[in-house]
Design a protein around this ligand. Sequence first.
Ligand code: DUC
Ligand code: ZN
Ligand code: ZN
Length: 463
Amino acid sequence: MDLLIKNGNVVTADATFKADVAVKGGKIAQLGARIEPAPGAKVVDAAGKLVLPGAIDAHTHLAMPFGGTISADDYEAGTRAAACGGTTTVFDFALQEFGERMEDTVKRREAICAPQAVVDYAFHVGVKDVEGELLGSLDSCVKYGVPSFKVFMVYDFGVTDGVFYQVLERSKRIGALIAVHAENNEMVNMFVKRFLAEGKTSAWYHYLSRPEFVEGEADERAIAWAKSLNAPLYIVHLANKQGMDAVTRARNEGYPIFAETCPQYLYFTNEVYKRENGRNWVCSPPIKGAESRGALWAGLLRGDIATVATDHCPFMQAEKDWGLDDFTKIPNGCAGIENMYPYILSEANKGRLSFNKAVEVCATNVAKIFGLSAQKGAIQVGLDADIVLYDPKKNFTIENKLMHGDNDHTVWEGVRLKGYPVATYSRGSLVYQDGKFLGKKGAGRFVKCKPVRFAGPDVANIR
Ligand code: DUC
Ligand code: ZN
Ligand code: ZN
């Protein structure tokens, strides 16, 4: 035994119980009442604290070239911030280059990430090109340990409907999971052109060029295609009620449709875009109105939101300012990697959801959906000792100067949280304690994921 966490309240997705947690060789070795410390083991008293699995952020964009620049947190800064917010694994998006095999995309980003990451990491591939033999490279990518792919229905590198469908077909065959950024590109482009021609250039028009139905309609289409194949589908950053309702309907019919939402959609409303610094909240899809926010919360509590992730994609203030007079020049994305778990846990501490639900959506479900539940996502014997000690009595006000990433501002500035993580262990190593980062660059490991077979109803045209 290397480490013994004593007297804490362990929280899993299903239960809360008092137990000591023994760690050996980076794994949870024993759980039980009154475990005796082995000679030489470090003993930590967690009385009054919750003992939680580290969060798994299913959606980050670290050092990503986007919007004419590169997102402000590289793999070191992003994973450092993650560790300090109780997140012990991040799934980053590796964007395919045209003509590149999917597993080569992963290897290219792995080479950048490996020497920098301070906590463990996995990848999804952002698919741009499936011409010729590239569609088949999904298979080799799955074998390499990356069985999840994202298609974008928007942006200049977004895929056509036909490519999206082919990728869904293939994924069904090989046990991969397709994630989708769903917005109607034609509608966005039409609105953008109209608003610019009318001189409507403030951040509010970012929202108005991508309002609720622009996302909701795309969600419905994506779900329809997945259903026609009985293929699993993971909708990233769901932010609208229409899409939430469509996900719920499909799930009630038994289809393996999973939805992710993000803290920014659960906390803010589109009113932020009317603020003088509204550009700082510009992300896509944009934050929607209060009705959508309410629907997302209801979906989360009902179990129709499977995961909460960040879409962490920060840009420096000077870059956000490119869009002072033209919302189309604002790089899309916000920081959130250090705030996700503390925010959701704070909502749990205030009674809005249970701590079990918070653990489920931020860790356990992510591990299950993306094929790493044999390694991560719960406080369970045999899993990695990715552990967060949480003090429900410690109040915290978010200020950028207290954050550990490289960005120079945060949309979460001034938000008050009830309770806060006080320690984070990555595979048994202390990487964060009481406001201080204690980890090591390059200590994070690449986590290879396994394909997951999801059951669904029998439909006529299953391939
Ligand atoms: N949306 C963002 O806001 N940033 C990164 C990519 C995305 O889809
Ligand atoms: Zn996206
Ligand atoms: Zn994203």
